[in-house]
Design a protein around this ligand. Sequence first.
Ligand code: G6P
Length: 594
Amino acid sequence: MCGIFGYIGKSNKASEIVFNGLKTLEYRGYDSWGIATLKSKITVKKRVGKIGNANVDDLPKSNFALGHTRWATHGGVTEVNAHPHLDCSGQFAIIHNGIIENYDEIKEELLKKKHKIVSDTDTEVAVHLIEEIYRKSTGKSKKENFLEATRKAFNRFVGLNAIIVMDAETSTYVAAKNGSPLAIGKGSNENFLASDAHALIPYTKNIYFMEDGEIISVTPENISIFDALTGRKKTLKFNKLTWKQTAIDKGKYPHFMLKEIFDQPKVIENIINDSKFQIINFSDIIKNSYGTYLVGCGTAAYACLAGTYIFSKISGRHLNFSVGSEFGYLVDFLTPKSLVIALSQSGETIDVIDSVKKAKVKGAQITSLVNSLGSTLYRLSDKKLLLNAGVERAVVSTKAFTAKLTVLILLAYQLAGKISEGKSILRECLKVLKEVLCRDNLNRIRKLVKTLVSQKHIYIIGRGVSYPIALEAALKIKEASYIHAEGFAAGELKHGVIALIEKNIPCIAFLPNDETYGATLAGCMEMKARGGYIIGISHKNHEVFDYYLPVYDVGIASIIPSAVVGQLLGYYLAIEQGLDPDKPRNLAKSVTVR
Ligand code: G6P
């Protein structure tokens, strides 16, 4: 969702630095962008659509700029609604991530006071409120008044928000946060700010992750931090990050999604080889808990659901599961003995963060399987296991999913006291993955895609641990190619969905070599009898299949190559239609609003 990048310092190339910073945040998903540059007065450039080949040569050379990529919430996708927004006088510019839930009431007040509000956004209201409070402030220095006005305005906002405000009079900016992520990067006589610390790594490794309820005042030489509620000064301690700037180019691949699909064997191999002690510690925590809840959203939710089957089957352990947005309504079950395992690639998904915070209030222990080091979830967790899948840039999640499955399989085997068996099936799984990703198989999938691309609906079935894989395959197809794909438990076929099956409707079935095979095959027969075009993803071919995609048997780890087939179907269905699978319409990589 919205990306934020700011620079203040010694370079007179602030606009370019911010522009490049925004490019590194593009993957978060956005529909318009804008930059404010201060050179005696604030100049704003805003555009609808992707940054593409744009440049900022028309912005003045300056040492102070703030930039924003907007994912629309309040107000349509227009240049006027894009950030930054100015107050009436043009002294202040604001960029914002979040939703000011009470903006209506504040807007009404400001309109009565003759403020000229030109956009439909909640954000613009904030900058006018700051202007209103600032104009009335007396006594202190301009810098202090600016900080105080921003602080007071921020405290009036209901909802989860991060705001960054530029002041043309004092050449400083103030940032406050309550919910959305903000990382500060400290250089020598220059300071950076971004919604994602990865964007700061090329400039500095001295990073501070702002906590909720903090407000900072920034000049090139100085950063001061305060409690947003009381205004009391706090001490600021930067951490030296040891992250390497992970390779974030596409390499030889035309899209990040394809690159990340091909990254998977290496990611899985690294997890098998490097996670021994983390797996032991984590599985001990699960063993000692009383009531364990897996929580995640989107693709991560399907990894959670798969986790319930994996733990049941391998270690005879019942784990509960809820999507993040629903977990808040189930926290009554939690006690201090409960364990929450939150799964998230970004570690910033607000529904997961909210869940974890509610569980904390109940005294539950919080753990996470998370890909982004330093993210909010990472910091909130009592114990975390880093997926180490590397930066995932395509909006459509791929390698983070299979990394989570790998960790869940290892944890379940560790809990069952059979870790060597777990490692061994995962190593076998790497061989099967190679076959799935080989040229012949890609051609087989591309050939199928030519048949599927003209379809309006695709149905996907699986049973047991293949049920979440069916759901995930459907999600990949929907996200990347916009074709309606619906995954469901094969047994549910007869309870409704079969009414939709008619001649030539594509029905994809996951049939691994486990106890679900026969029953899922029966589902294929039933769909075939109604004219369905059956695509079997299985360890062996069968006469009921109209099209066969092989995934050889590696026990429960077969779900990993099966999931990769779903990813490839989504990818090639997008390519066949000339779509960009890295940036699907309306979707955001990191969903930081409710
Ligand atoms: C968004 C992304 C999905 C992702 C989900 C959860 O909807 O588009 O790809 O699965 O968020 O994200 P997380 O970062 O928590 O895994």
